[in-house]
Ligand binder design. Sequence first.
Ligand code: AMP
Length: 437
Amino acid sequence: MKFASLGLIDPLLRALDTLDYKTPTPVQAQAIPAVLAGRDLMAAAQTGTGKTAGFALPLLQRLAAQTAPVASNAVRVLVLVPTRELAVQVHESFVQYGKNLSLRTAVAYGGVSINPQMMALRKGLDVLVATPGRLLDLYSQNAVKFNQVQTLVLDEADRMLDLGFSRELDAVLAELPRRVQTLLFSATFSEAIRTLAGKLLLDPLVIEVNRRNAAAKSVRQWVIPVDKKCKDELFLHLLKKKRWGQVLVFVKTRKGVDQLVATLLAQGISADSIHGDKPQPARLRALERFKAAEVKLLVATDVAARGLDIDDLPVVVNFDLPIVAEDYIHRIGRTGRAGATGEAVSLVCADEVQLLAAIETLTGKILPRVEEIGFLPDHRVPLTDAGGQVIKKPKKPKKAKAFTTVPNREAKNAPKRNDAKRNDAKRNDAKRSRRPK
Ligand code: AMP
């Protein structure tokens, strides 16, 4: 199938040509005609499926057909996203796809000065991509008006709820015109998302490109059991042994990120980091350096899991498993994108077995375990089943048996431990039977 057969106009087709997009992905093939026709959408499409073009292309086309200018501070298409990184990336996509059209677009997120965002809004915008908190700030300062909003896109809606944006979201929704075309994208469909969809969507086209909550198929995933204290060493060993090129590494805490980066730099390996403590310009710089292959390793917390658009990234390493199982799917969505194959490796210690079980329940499959010689854990990682159950308790390291130190000759004559127990029991029985009743 060709993009032209979806009814896209020439300026968009030319932009796609320069990006070398040859055929629409399944989510694009379904979403583009529906959005062009003005329908609502409920799409279970994870990152890497091409969902951004799935909504951006038809929305740009609808905007291009409008002749009336947009009023000052007004917005026609409002795209809400959970993180700053995703905001930048989605806005970039609008700019790339719309480069042959003269539409006004802008991006707004927190952590940076609000003034340039207010300036951008002054003349009115065809598209505003924003995080919910900053959008409300702008609204409370009368810098943005919602009365001309025609389309609302909720991108990665599950993540917005996970990050605690539901109040902000409700506040924005309450201010929008009564009927707007609404496109809801979510990697997973929790009950909360279904409730939200029930409130917002009118006869939506439902698109489910992957099995519900299933991870992308083109990613080879496996687990290496390891003791917590050996993770650094194992990771350095794998880097060398596997000759990985660029790797995106996920670590649970900000402190953990900084420690791993320090270890890598001390080994002469180029690395940078992205986490919530870093100011936004520093995060974007780290991402740019990684994209430009100036650094080999990007170490990130889950803040960065959404919104990183890095093409053909071959390897994602989960140095720590995520606390929220659904983040696993988002993390590994960085690799195996747009048809490429990828690897997702998780270094798992005994403490993390419940997190592993939760991921296996969510994805409906047991992740294969591959032991790495030289790194077999002292604290075994208990086995799990796809029902999310830990099926074996960790074995404690065996204590040396007392009688193994007894010389052989004596050992033969010495009572065995069970014999000794049995004899004790006999003696106790005898004592009891002797007691007066
Ligand atoms: P997304 O799921 O929207 O984050 O897109 C994932 C990646 O696939 C991005 O790098 C896009 O540039 C790329 N992409 C999207 N649609 C296509 C397509 N039809 N052909 C080739 N690459 C695409």
